[in-house]
Structure formats: structure tokens, C-alpha cells
Design a protein around this ligand. Structure first.
Ligand code: RIB
Length: 307
């Protein structure tokens, strides 16, 4: 069984369902309000666990009922919460999501305890966790903690996977040098490289720039147009599984959790892993919420067999 460590955020997602996004200065009514588990770190940990990996999650929650809710969610999906720390006097991270009728969203995050995750947490957890195959991180928790996690992972010979979301333009060089695989979406990639993406040629240029920055393996997710893979052995746009999206929240996280879980450490099966991950996220976009939308591996296998 693949052993994966995820370091990252835990958020409770409050989603306001609206017909259209409000314009500046406009007041509108929500047709419904729903609450679900979220946070890019927690979502990716759950996706990896649902796909069959042994997942340890390093995160911080607040000392509140939302923190208790998050712990229950993670446990119910089979993620180890031994390294999810409750932070005295802090609130659990919260994401406020507006979801329109076309399944598009806007997200504003109140980071809460997520920003207190630090290198000491990571080192202490890593000492206890022992050997792993891969570590995944995002940008909803402090960079110093991620750099520490990647350093430890590299010493162990594990693969490091960076999902640079939310995007930042000035990723520290030390983090880039420690990254084996980067998985931005097209917007995040453009922020990092400075090259806007509106066609396949731009995808190629973006991947080339990411290689130039020192990252050997690149997967750029390109929404309903698929995912662009670029390694020393393969460079291609993997077509998507076309479906009607209801809610894209957490679909990218589903892709990354599944990709990490299926990927061999020498990257030799990256295309097959991306196809499997893309099928998993095609199921997620047809369901509401981040964590509730992540499919089980049996659901993904059934769909793989049916096409
Ligand atoms: O990627 C989706 C996630 O982003 C949501 O679950 C929300 O919590 C934000 O972190």
C-alpha cells in the first residue's frame, strides 16, 4: 500500500448557493447554505485515502466545534489524524464559498489555525511517521513548514509533490529545488511563470518554464480541457472525461490525491495515473461540496471499466 504524507490546511466550507455572483455593491439572496469539510490539504488527504493509500495528515485545527467536526470527517474517510493538532485559542480555518448555477465558485479563506503550522510540528510528526513514498503540500499553510517536510522527504528518498494553490508568484528557490512534481492549474501556472495560458502552445511554454525553474515533472490541470503532462519521457495533453459540472470545489484536490496515490515513484506511469485521477475528478464535479464529492476507488474503477 502506498504511504503518503499530506501537509496542509483543514477548513470548514460554508457554501452560499446563488444564481449569479453578486456585483460590487450588490446584495443578493442565497437559495441554500451548506456546510462541509474542506481545505486543500484535508481534501487531498481524503482523496488519497479513498483511492487506497495509507495517509498521514499533518495539519492544525482550532479549539472549537468546527475542529471537532473536521477530526470526525478525516477519521471517517480513513485518514490518520495522529498529527492533526488542536491549537488552543485559535479558530479552525474556514472557507466562504459562493457557488453559482453553472457550478463555478469564488472562495475566500479565513485561515485560522492553518497559519500556525510550523517546522517543529512537521519534524516531530515526520520522526514518528517514519518512511513514506510521497509527500504532498499546498500553499494554505506556511512555506517554512512545507520546506521542512520536503527536506525530510528527500532525505528518505520520497517523492515531493507541490500543489501551488492558492498561487504565489515568488516561490522560494529552495522549495522549487526540493520539488519533484508540481501540479498547478492553468491560472496558478501562469502566475508562477508569467505566461498566460489560452492554448496548448502556452501549456508547453509554461511547462518548459517550470522545468527551467528546476522542477523535473509537471502536470498542469486545464479544467474541462484535460491535464498537460511534461516529464523527460512524455509531453502531452491528456484529454478530459467530459461531464456537466455541478460544483467544481475540491475537484482539483481529488485529482491530486488520486494522482499521488496511483503514481509510481519513477513516474513511469504518469499518463495512466493522470487518466485515473481525471476520471476521479470528473465524478467529483458532478456532486456538491469538497469532501462529500470525492469518489471511492470502486466508483472510479467502475467508470474506468465502462468506457
Ligand atoms: O480546493 C478547494 C478548497 O479550497 C476548499 O475546500 C476550500 O476549503 C479551500 O481551501
Amino acid at each position: 500500500m502506498k504511504k503518503i504524507e499530506v501537509i496542509g490546511s483543514s477548513n470548514v466550507d460554508t457554501t452560499l448557493h446563488v444564481k449569479d455572483f453578486p456585483k460590487p455593491g450588490e446584495t443578493i439572496n442565497a437559495s441554500e447554505v451548506t456546510i462541509a469539510g474542506g481545505g486543500k490539504g484535508a481534501n487531498q488527504a481524503i482523496a488519497a485515502a479513498k483511492s487506497g493509500a495509507d495517509v498521514k495528515f499533518i495539519s492544525r485545527i482550532g479549539e472549537d466545534s468546527f475542529g471537532e467536526f473536521m477530526m470526525k470527517q478525516l477519521k471517517s474517510y480513513g485518514v490518520s489524524t495522529d498529527y492533526v493538532e488542536t491549537t488552543t485559542g485559535e479558530d479552525t480555518g474556514h472557507a466562504y464559498i459562493t457557488l453559482n448555477e453553472n457550478g463555478q465558485n469564488n472562495i475566500i479563506i479565513d485561515h485560522g489555525a492553518n497559519y500556525l503550522l510550523n517546522s517543529t510540528d512537521v519534524t516531530a510528526a515526520s520522526d514518528l511517521i517514519g518512511d513514506i513514498d510521497a509527500v504532498i503540500a499546498q500553499f494554505e499553510t506556511p512555506l517554512e513548514a512545507t520546506i521542512t517536510a520536503f527536506r525530510i522527504a528527500k532525505k528518505q528518498g520520497a517523492v515531493t509533490i507541490l500543489n501551488p494553490a492558492p498561487a504565489i508568484s515568488d516561490i522560494p528557490v529552495q522549495l522549487l529545488e526540493l520539488t519533484d512534481l508540481i501540479t498547478p492549474n492553468e491560472t496558478e501556472s501562469a502566475v508562477i511563470t508569467g505566461i498566460p495560458i489560452n492554448n496548448e502552445h502556452n501549456l508547453k511554454n509554461n511547462a518548459a518554464k517550470l522545468h527551467e525553474l528546476g522542477i523535473p515533472n509537471v502536470v498542469i490541470t486545464y479544467g474541462d480541457k484535460g491535464s498537460y503532462i511534461s516529464t523527460s519521457k512524455i509531453e502531452k495533453l491528456v484529454p478530459p472525461f467530459k461531464v456537466q459540472a455541478t460544483d467544481t470545489t475540491g475537484a482539483g484536490d481529488t485529482f491530486i490525491g488520486y494522482l499521488a496515490s496511483k503514481l509510481k515513484n519513477d513516474f513511469s506511469n504518469i499518463e495512466q495515473a493522470a487518466i485515473f485521477a481525471s476520471r476521479a475528478s470528473s465524478i467529483a464535479v458532478q456532486r456538491l461540496g469538497a469532501q462529500p464529492s470525492i469518489p471511492t476507488v470502486n466508483e472510479v474503477n467502475e467508470l474506468m471499466e465502462s468506457k
